[in-house]
Design a binder for this molecule. Structure first.
Ligand SMILES: Cc1cc2nc3c(=O)[nH]c(=O)nc-3n(C[C@H](O)[C@H](O)[C@H](O)COP(=O)(O)OP(=O)(O)OC[C@H]3O[C@@H](n4cnc5c(N)ncnc54)[C@H](O)[C@@H]3O)c2cc1C
Length: 445
């Protein structure tokens, strides 16, 4: 029983949340040990505590962004990124409220904003907070400001280091709580770990990836403006993965350039010697896939993700719901299941613009003879001869196809955001337990 609890995804996720709270609160508690300043009143102490918690939360953001496999495998990358975003906003609010309280309680501290005259510790706080503000604005309104993803990511990392470094410099400069060597040491270790993580993610890990290159074997067109990119490991064994997982792909440039894109593997999870991706031509990078020549070098950081049937080995069967290119992880799930001779029932509900746009149509039809697989295609545009489903995947459509014993299946959805939201709501209304519903979001940033 204890073993089961230790390994249950919910228990592990709760353990990480407790660890998170401990890490942001422990350094604060340590600061309260002797000799803590006295007699400054509640509001000043409260403001200082907000500043320190904000700084600890900012330092922890580096851990959340570091793709630590053990954390990622408890939540999934999309949940982690959401958490990273929300805690980032909370940390920002704390960092801003910290001086605002001081200015209200001790109006004379307002002169610390007089930049040319102010001491270094105050200047560091001002510049650090501005760096933080720029991060918030460029993150929340990146698309409206038309900042492409890659430059944004590079700027985001630099500003994060600047904001946290200056925040820490400010705390040491003020000194009230960080006057003792061992307290400075503790906080320095925390900051050094954060800095090491960013160095590891931006330099060490990409450098390790250069030792494990892949080579493009083929680029083949599929229906629905999707291209299958086939990679072979070069001089190493590649990797196996849980079907439904994804990797970060770098193509034709060194991984140190940090211009990588996430894609779900579309091949069988058991074939380490050949890894495939189904890539839809949508933007700058993906539109160039069709021109990639065999022999081009590629690098992979993966596998990642919790969108996999593997975690539900005891499920009686699966309902897989895909929209457009969202079929890629689901195709890998079906392919792997057929190779493993999985005899459980699979129901695939697959929405596509038209019959001609159904990616992997022929292969999916072939899988029906190898698996207990039922496919319901849902076409947005269909001619009069089409006898199947049309329109959108909604509650009525789902009700017609999903098993009556809703809780007996695990449900996997991968589609455009609007379809995912609609399907999630419909499944909820159809009494599918929320814990049985799993989603993969392709739009992380
Ligand atoms: C877990 C996951 C799995 C995915 N699997 C697939 C798949 O199997 N097939 C497929 O076709 N697409 C998949 N995608 C989406 C794919 O990553 C984006 O379409 C692609 O990165 C867009 O790049 P672009 O330069 O062509 O488009 P752009 O027009 O430059 O970008 C469009 C949007 O894609 C996102 N994006 C761009 N670059 C990145 C990046 N480096 N990292 C993260 N997001 C980025 C941003 O939100 C951006 O606004 C997946 C995404 C995720 C998160």
């Amino acid at each position: 029983m204890r073993r089961l609890l230790m390994h249950s995804p919910i228990a592990v996720a709760v353990m990480w949340i407790i660890a998170y709270l401990f890490i942001i609160l422990f350094p604060l508690l340590v600061l309260l040990f002797h000799p803590a300043p006295t007699g400054r009143g509640f509001w000043i102490e409260f403001s200082v505590a907000l500043g320190f918690i904000g700084l600890a939360m900012m330092a922890l953001q580096f851990v959340l962004a570091a793709r630590v496999n053990r954390i990622e495998s408890s939540y999934g990358i999309d949940i982690l990124i959401q958490f990273h975003r929300y805690t980032f906003i909370v940390a920002f609010v704390m960092v801003v409220v910290h001086p605002v309280i001081l200015f209200i309680v001790q109006p004379e501290t307002l002169q610390l904003l007089n930049f040319p005259e102010a001491p270094w510790r105050a200047r560091m706080a001002v510049v650090g907070t501005i760096a933080f503000l720029v991060m918030v604005v460029t993150t929340i309104w990146r698309k409206q400001l038309k900042i492409p993803y890659e430059p944004w990511r590079a700027i985001h990392s630099i500003l994060a280091v600047v904001a946290v470094g200056l925040g820490f410099g400010h705390a040491v400069g003020v000194g009230n709580y960080l006057s003792l060597f061992w307290k400075i040491l503790l906080w320095s270790v925390m900051m050094a770990i954060a800095l090491w993580l960013i160095i590891y993610v931006r330099l060490v890990k990409p450098w390790l990836m250069t030792k494990r290159p892949y080579i493009v074997e083929a680029v083949t067109p599929e229906r629905g403006d999707v291209w299958t990119l086939t990679l072979r490991p070069l001089g190493h064994d590649g990797f196996t993965f849980h079907p439904g997982q994804f990797s970060w792909l770098t193509l034709n440039i060194t991984p140190l350039s940090m211009r990588e894109h996430p894609f779900s593997m579309s091949s069988s999870g058991d074939r380490a010697d050949q890894i495939q991706f189904g890539i839809k031509a949508l933007g700058d990078f993906t539109k160039r896939i069709k021109d990639v020549k065999p022999g081009t070098k590629a690098y992979l950081d993966g596998p990642y993700g919790v969108f996999t049937t593997e975690r539900y080995w005891d499920s009686a069967g699966f309902v897989l719901i895909a929209g457009g290119v969202g079929i890629t992880p689901i195709y890998s799930i079906l392919l792997t299941a057929s190779e493993r001779k999985d005899d459980r029932p699979f129901l695939l509900i697959y929405a596509a613009p038209s019959w001609e746009d159904i990616t992997y149509r022929k292969s999916l039809e072939a899988l029906k003879s190898q698996l207990d697989l039922t496919i319901v295609y849902v076409l947005r545009k269909a001619d009069e001869n089409w006898g199947g489903e049309t329109g959108y995947v909604d509650k009525d459509l789902l009700q017609r196809h999903i098993p009556i014993h809703r809780g007996s299946r695990q449900y996997f959805i991968c589609a455009a955001p609007a379809m995912m939201d609609a399907v999630e709501r419909a499944l909820f209304e159809l009494d599918v337990p929320v814990t049985n519903v799993h989603m993969e979001h392709f739009n992380l940033a």
